[in-house]
Design a binder for this molecule. Structure first.
Ligand SMILES: [Mn+2]
Length: 359
């Protein structure tokens, strides 16, 4: 008989307590509602574990009210175990001061956390390991966990930090070689599978525009563990915030985009200068888009004066050497943006063929 896989919910970088200036009303109340609806679904679907890989709170200065409401929410889901790590630790000194790091004045050292409900489990540099049923959980703080392997059936690491080639970064080969069945990563604000058995959950409730051109949607991961196999299912939330940063130079496209906005959509647009008048007209016709449109940059006609392929080759060469996931991601977005400016499908196809040949 086939065994039923163990399913875990992996969420990260929720930044409870952050106050984005553009949001009308309490962003914290909104965060709690999004969390509640996701946990309700997880609970109904029979999941038992929720992994939170750092930056649960935006800072160590969040009020007791915020901590109490969060813990009460978690406590209400008594059939779920919450495995939480701070967004930092004692391994990588330069980064331990960020957000809800495990510092002297850490939010996780408050009395309320020391007496937390029994379904809430905190992994810290002092207590980095915990076994629940068949699974041992290991906390990693800007590095892979340092503890020994336990005698469990399953091993799950929960880690906050960047994957890259430089000192202080988690190396890709370390992820591949580690004994864990799954490595739940946090810190990078985009849902991304890093290896066969490790992934960033991204940000559950986006609160800022991405640095690249594209769309940032709320994301999470459902992990399925069975003997000798792990399945990573990347998911997006429909009721969460959505941040879109896009260059638009066709009016029809702009109209469609504005019409598709809902109250949780936020737009940063880069438009041709001569769109100014039209944008005002469009906003009169589509008033609901007014709330979404947070920023417009007007620019002159894009020009590509350097030899296109020479420029692109340099970018590709540099980015092939790069092993920092975050930089690779940005380089990819950059290349897509250049290609988009050229707007020729043949150019894009030629480029893809060239990269394939060289790989
Ligand atoms: Mn974060």
């Amino acid at each position: 008989m086939a065994e039923t896989p163990i399913r875990l919910l992996h969420i990260s970088d929720i930044h409870l307590g952050i106050k984005p200036t553009f949001f009308d009303g309490s962003f914290f109340d909104f965060q709690i509602e999004i969390l509640r609806s996701l946990l309700q679904r997880a609970s109904q679907q029979g999941l038992s574990y929720v992994l939170i890989s750092g930056d649960l709170f935006d800072s160590n200065r969040e009020s007791d009210y915020i901590v109490e409401k969060t813990l009460a929410l978690f406590q209400g889901f008594s059939n779920l175990h919450f495995i939480i790590i701070p967004g930092g630790g004692s391994e990588y000194k330069e980064e331990v001061t960020g957000h809800d790091a495990y510092t002297e004045d850490s939010i996780y050292k408050r009395a309320i956390f020391l007496n937390a409900p029994s379904n809430i489990h905190l992994l810290t540099p002092e207590n980095p390991k915990l076994t629940l049923g068949d699974i041992t959980f290991y906390g990693g703080f800007f590095s892979l966990p340092k503890t020994n392997k336990s005698e469990s059936s399953y091993h799950v690491a929960v880690v906050h930090g960047s994957v890259g080639k430089d000192d202080g970064f988690i190396k890709l080969h370390e992820l591949d070689q580690a004994f864990y069945d799954y490595i739940a990563l946090g810190h990078f604000h985009k849902c991304k599978r890093v290896s066969q058995k490790s992934a960033y959950a991204g940000v559950l409730i986006p609160f800022e525009f991405p640095s690249y051109f594209g769309e940032l949607k709320g994301s999470y991961i459902v992990v399925e563990l069975s003997r000798g196999a792990v399945r990573i299912n990347e998911k997006h939330l429909d009721n969460s915030t959505q941040f879109i940063k896009r260059r638009v130079d066709a009016l029809e496209e702009l109209k469609t985009l504005l019409e598709s906005c809902h109250e949780r959509t936020f737009l940063h647009l880069i438009l041709p200068k001569d769109f100014k008048e039209t944008v005002n007209e469009l906003l009169k016709a589509i008033p609901q888009a007014r709330r979404s449109l947070k920023k417009i940059d007007y620019e002159d006609e894009p020009s590509v004066s350097l030899d296109f392929f020479d420029t692109l080759s340099v970018v590709v060469e540099n980015f092939k050497k790069e092993r920092n996931e975050e930089i690779i991601e940005k380089a990819e977005e950059f290349i897509v943006d250049i290609l988009y400016r050229r707007r020729s499908l043949d150019t894009i196809n030629d480029f893809i063929e060239r990269v394939k040949d060289e790989a």
